[in-house]
Write a protein that binds this ligand. Sequence first.
Ligand code: 3NM
Length: 212
Amino acid sequence: MNRLYYQDIRKQLEIYFILGSQNAKKDPLETVKEALEGGITCFQFREKGIGSLQGAEKRELATSLFALCQQYHVPFIINDDVDLAIELDADGVHVGQEDEDIASVREKIGPSKMLGVSVHTKEELRRAAELADYVGIGPVFGTRSKDDAKEPAGTWLIEHATKMYPSLPKVGIGGITPENAVIVRNAGADGVAVISAIAASKDIRLTANLFK
Ligand code: 3NM
């Protein structure tokens, strides 16, 4: 696919599905394929936490998922593992506050790969706004998909980001479902980042589509 351009990022963030093999209820490739068929607009490979794959197994799964995303012209972002993103020539990298410093990540990946950063405070947002292509703001609602998730924060930081950094693309994350996504979008988010509502759904295609 073509490289990402800044003006496209907002649209690409609309339905941002995140998955690692540790979140998948069935084959991760089948899960992501059904989500792509359902209309997800971005995918993040987040192989993290208890039971996650390492080394060659992780690389192999990433390679297969990247190829699948390319078939659907959906950006493939890798969580945290900057070296793997560079090795595979992924479309971008997403880092949290506990991961590698964002200035060093930007230096390694260059200007053309998408850099996403998770933020939870005004200060984290201010620093990310200087270097990131988009921010993830959460957890909006309660989540069980992240071991060290913070308390649900609602939408105040999304509203603050919308006001203070109107041109910075942003997604809400944490406990988002097709039913409550409207609250996140109404706060100013360009999209919703979702793990369990899609990954644990009995009908992944349909659920992904309901986020439209
Ligand atoms: N990051 P679910 S919350 C990966 O607040 C992640 O930064 C968060 O999963 C943050 O859609 C979260 O299942 C988990 O709640 C989101």
